[in-house]
Design a protein around this ligand. Sequence first.
Ligand code: HEC
Length: 234
Amino acid sequence: MVRLGVKHARSGLLPVPLCTGKDPNGLSTLMADSGSYLTSYPYSQGITMNNSNKFPLVIILGLVLTVPLGASSAETFSPYVDTEGNISLPQDFRLRMVHLGSWFVPEGDASGFHDVYTEAESATAYRAIGEFPDGATLVKELRASDSADYTTGKGVHSASTRIKQWFVMVKDAKERFTGNPTWGDGWGWALFKTDAPEVNASKSYQADCLSCHIPATETDLVYIHAYPTLSGAR
Ligand code: HEC
């Protein structure tokens, strides 16, 4: 299995918004925050830019920009993970994340469409480094399917509004929650049911998730071959 090591150090530059813990509903706030640091620091202090105070500005900007990247504490790790390692379902992920790909399961309890999403930043990082960066979130939504005749053909299947459940994985390259049975093998694992979408219904990823993901061990337990978004623009 590929493990994040040296490569991961590089990935720290890419998913900055993932490390802030500030912005559960959008990934643009950090940019706005950074912008305000950049513009407000010298002016709020009433400092005029000149040669003598450029140096401390550079240092302070360096600190401001470095702290989120280097932070490893649980509260800055992911907007969807609290300090205890409890995972929450990202709100409005269909709008705020990018679609990685879909599966169609023809029969059984899991029948219907499985639509998979991640942050645009995580997909971009994946294209660059070939693995999910620390803090990346994967959401899989299960929807029952309908079938009808359309102008494209007979018996066309489409995803319905009947959601079955959601699965979430959060990349954890630092083994932050050892001892928490919903974390391990490089990920946090969660299941959300429609009647109680605020709580992770899974108590143990080893009991509920891992065995089914073992076939994808070579790709960090993710079935990436079905996610064209990760492989490039076309
Ligand atoms: C019965 C086997 C099975 C179980 C149990 C299972 N998964 Fe999966 N999971 C799969 C398969 C196979 C895929 C890809 C194909 C599909 O969705 O049909 C997948 C896909 C996913 C995806 C999309 C990313 C990827 O890996 O491709 C997420 C997220 C996910 N599962 C999370 C979980 C979590 C969290 C649990 C436990 C709470 C879990 N799964 C339990 C078999 C399983």
